[in-house]
Design a protein around this ligand. Structure first.
Ligand SMILES: [Zn+2]
Length: 423
């Protein structure tokens, strides 16, 4: 963006630069300066500020819009409509909006940038491991007129067990790492922070009502690693400079891909040797795949027909598998020899059966298993169930036998489901 602005001002043309958040304005202007943009030909500012004085602004040749998925909002439209002769370049990492109206209302075309997986390969983003502990009853989620879930329905859908699970899984998967938690309500944020502190892991809660100076103080303490966990509601999505976040914990279900990617990518600032950890407690991956899943952005910018509801089979499908053992969520292509790439335990993938020398043994094992199933009522009962639908020790044991899981799995699951007491 800065280079485009430099070239434009260098031949005597004016540039306008629109930004969404106060926090990043100074940082962006500094970058523009460092890049050699002629400041006398630049009008940079927050949308909310510029839209108020739009009548007094000199006409630019070029308008650059940051976080441009907001560009359909009235404040942006006022500015863009005022200068119909300007060239407009809209920048966003998520060129998609929740709901029917899409970016084609303001953009003629899309130029797709590098994908997350390409940027990771080149070292601009840190690689990540993704885990999912399902603490949500998605059937209870209801969408509001904005397209995302209502607060009341999120409160109802999220299991009360999430508080214990967030702590135990942070300890299991990311112990000691700097983590940001995204949650759905101030009350849940406070409870999560409290639970962390009770486990002697320093945590603070911040939300929209937190005073600026207190929030800045907490952010500084987090940056200085005096605080381990930052729990927030609807903050830290766009534009806050928070380096050194190595773990993201999601306790906020969403229908917004932009929000999902902002949550996930919060921990992907690269650093030598870093492996980020994403722990999803609300099954967002089932809606959006993994953060680096391939997406059809060209199609995403086309507004949906008013009258046609999106069909179920229009939804993207992702070749992704979850390990019932360690709860890792991985691309199916990474599963080799039926083993989870994270923990090495058997993992179910709907793929072709391997042709190996051990085939005879497999067939015999299978025969024995089928016999077991036929002779065991509980096993028959659990054969077509998912882990979520198992409610007793017996069912867990039968399921483990069916999938050749070890006793540790039964123990862990039983603990998660509250069938046995935690230590
Ligand atoms: Zn695993």
């Amino acid at each position: 963006m800065a280079e485009i602005a430099r070239r434009t001002t260098s031949i005597g043309n004016r540039v306008m630069f629109l930004i969404h958040r106060r926090e990043v304005l100074n940082q962006a202007v500094d970058t523009f300066k460092a890049q050699g943009v002629d400041q006398s030909r630049l009008d940079a500012g927050m949308v909310q500020t510029l839209t108020r004085k739009v009548d007094r602004l000199p006409e630019p040749k070029l308008i650059l819009v940051d976080e441009a998925h907001h560009a359909l909002a009235k404040s942006y439209q006022r500015i863009l409509n005022k200068f119909p002769n300007a060239h407009v370049l809209l920048f966003t990492a998520t060129p998609i909006r929740t709901g029917r109206r899409q970016m084609d209302e303001v953009a003629d075309d899309i130029i797709v940038g590098q994908s997350i997986s390409d940027l990771t390969k080149q070292g601009f983003l840190a690689p990540f491991d993704y885990y999912s502990i399902d603490d949500i009853d998605a059937d209870k989620l209801k969408r509001s007129s904005t397209g995302d879930y209502t607060n009341a329905s999120m409160d109802e859908a999220v299991s009360r067990k999430i508080y214990g699970h967030i702590i135990s899984n942070y300890q299991r998967l990311a112990d000691g790492k700097q983590a940001v938690v995204y949650t759905y309500s101030v009350e849940s944020a406070k409870r999560i922070a409290k639970a962390f502190n009770k486990a002697n892991i320093s945590a603070v809660e911040v939300d929209g009502s937190t005073e600026d100076n207190i929030r800045d103080h907490y952010v500084k303490q987090f940056r200085d690693k005096k605080i381990r966990i930052l729990v927030n509601v609807n903050l830290f999505t766009e534009g806050v400079d928070l380096p050194d976040v190595d773990c993201v914990i999601m306790a906020r279900p969403t229908q917004s891909l932009a929000l999902y990617l902002q949550f996930s990518m919060r921990c992907l600032n690269p650093r030598e040797g870093k492996q980020a950890i994403i722990i999803d407690h609300v099954a967002n991956w089932k809606t959006f795949g993994l953060p680096d899943s391939d997406r059809d952005w060209k199609n995403a910018i086309i507004s949906k027909d008013k009258n046609s509801k999106r069909k179920k089979n229009d939804e993207p499908t992702f070749a992704i598998t979850q390990c019932d053992y360690c709860f890792a969520v991985v691309p199916s292509s990474k599963v080799k020899d039926g083993k989870c790439p994270m923990c090495g335990k058997p993992i179910k993938v709907h793929a072709a059966v391997e042709q190996t020398d051990d085939q005879l043994k497999l067939i015999n094992d299978r025969k024995r298993l089928i016999n077991d199933i036929l002779n065991d009522e509980v096993m028959q009962n659990v054969a077509n169930k998912s882990v979520k639908e198992l409610h007793t020790m017996k069912e867990l044991q039968a399921y483990a036998k069916l999938h050749k899981y070890k006793r540790g799995w039964v123990y862990y699951q039983a603990k998660m489901k509250g069938l046995i007491k935690r230590k």
